[in-house]
Design a protein around this ligand. Structure first.
Ligand code: HEC
Ligand code: HEC
Length: 400
């Protein structure tokens, strides 16, 4: 008898935590399914596969050539800067700096320093005036909320002043602070680059394979190869994407709450909409100026202090944030959006975007939004660094 009671008791003790667990999981399931139902009603969708311009279909030879060009400082005036100097996979194809350091810099990421490259220049070169955006997913720039986009006119830069990856990559070599320095006059920068590439037998061969049919080493083919490579560095498998594809456990409850706030009370999607979480439109947000800016202030699009809404994908690896890198954590940016007031003396309240307004979010709600934003990072992208580049110069420029 005594023995029996003991066993019953013991069984009860063993069952208690199990029952508690059952009850708990029932409860989370209800919270979960309500959230999931609310999210389903938003009709969100993830990124489709990459589209290529009709004039630049992709193939492996182009991609391989584009990757070499991206990593090779041979395309810079003094052969010290590559695209990868400011768009490096260790920093999510950005550079980890508020404002980039191009010509005559040395080092990589936040530890890169200016005017330490040992060049004799006509005048010193300061910071590049805007934060280096990630190249990840630029293949999708311009995507509408409905998921449509045209690669031949995809907007590039914080003010969308260039259209398509093919035109964008023809810009940096001509910029004195980014890549040219005093290496050659701006007007002949591509003549110089093309002559260098044509004189290199490995490049000449790679251009001929990628662009068969004669006269392969040209500025146009340079741009097509780099763009074809950039269209391979995409991420569409973040926790958010997996959730939208039906994996209901891909997001935590906190992230789901954050998602609902983002698309609900906080109305972030007035500007951060569609699969890229950007309307690719321009807004005056009153971001404070970066004192390192060469002219002291950046007037933005049409001198109205407007900047293009950035994508929110891969924030986890692309800080610091905003067009001038003035905020270093995601939480700080969310607080800035929540305050909703201009922090720039030139941006008077009448100039501010009407959707940039005080939101009254609680600290916990901001934590939830930060958690949701973290679900938009996908670190599974090409992080490989080539073992060498055809010029024999340091891979990625003066970053070592
Ligand atoms: C010295 C740093 C630096 C170098 C070198 C550099 N970039 Fe950039 N890149 C930037 C900055 C800064 C911007 C934004 C400029 C602006 O908005 O005015 C940018 C913008 C871009 C964008 C547009 C991203 C978007 O979403 O709008 C792409 C694509 C890009 N760069 C690719 C390249 C390629 C390809 C090369 C080499 C040919 C290159 N960059 C060289 C700093 C650099
Ligand atoms: C009125 C349009 C608008 C609204 C509403 C808005 N944003 Fe933005 N967001 C922008 C613009 C424009 C920028 C870039 C501003 C700049 O750099 O000058 C930006 C920048 C950001 C960045 C930095 C991204 C990067 O890579 O630098 C984050 C993070 C961000 N917003 C999150 C949010 C969140 C979260 C909300 C809602 C609480 C929100 N935004 C609401 C337009 C908006």
């Amino acid at each position: 008898m005594k023995h029996f009671t003991f066993s019953k008791l013991r069984l009860g003790f063993l069952l208690l935590p199990f029952l508690a667990f059952l009850l708990h999981s029932c409860e989370t399931e209800t919270v979960d399914s309500t959230l999931d139902q609310q999210i389903a009603e938003l009709g969100l969708s993830g990124l489709p596969s990459v589209a290529h311009p009709l004039t630049n279909p992709s193939n492996s030879a182009k991609i391989a050539l584009g990757r070499m060009l991206f990593w090779d400082p041979i395309i810079s005036g003094h052969k010290d800067v590559a695209c990868a100097t400011c768009h490096h996979p260790d920093f999510g194809y950005s550079d980890g700096l508020d404002l980039p350091i191009g010509v005559n810099g040395s080092g990589l990421g936040p530890s890169r320093t200016e005017n330490t490259g040992g060049l004799q220049l006509s005048e010193p070169i300061g910071r590049v005036p805007r934060n280096s955006p990630s190249v990840l997913n630029t293949a999708y720039n311009g995507m509408t909320a409905a998921g449509n986009y045209a690669p031949e006119s995809a907007p590039m830069f914080w003010d969308s002043r260039m259209l398509s990856l093919e035109s964008q990559c023809q810009g940096p070599p001509g910029s004195r602070s980014e890549m040219r320095g005093d290496g050659c006059p701006e007007g002949i920068v591509f003549d110089t680059i093309i002559a260098r590439l044509a004189a290199n037998s490995q490049y000449a061969a790679a251009f001929n394979v990628a662009f068969p049919g004669g006269d392969a080493v040209t500025r146009i083919n340079y741009s097509k190869a780099i763009a074809a490579f950039e269209r391979t560095i995409v991420t569409n498998n973040s926790a958010y994407d997996r959730y939208l594809r039906g994996d209901q456990n891909a997001l935590s409850d906190q992230q789901k709450k954050g998602l609902l706030l983002f698309f609900g009370k906080a109305e972030c999607n007035n500007c951060h909409s569609g699969p890229m979480l950007s309307d690719f439109n321009f807004h005056a947000m009153g971001v404070p100026d970066n004192p390192k800016h060469p002219e002291g202030t950046d007037r933005g699009k049409d001198n109205l202090y407007k900047f293009r809404t950035p994508t929110l994908r891969n924030l986890g690896v692309t800080g610091p944030y905003l067009h001038n890198g003035m905020l270093s954590t995601i939480r700080e940016v969310v607080e800035f959006m929540n305050d909703g007031v201009s922090q720039n003396g030139y941006v008077l309240s009448g100039m501010m975007d009407p959707d940039m307004k005080p939101l009254g979010l609680t600290s916990e709600e901001m934590d939830d939004i930060v958690a949701f934003l973290e679900s938009l990072t996908d670190t599974n992208f090409d992080r490989t660094v080539p073992g060498g580049v055809p010029s024999g110069l340091p891979v990625g420029g003066n970053i070592h």
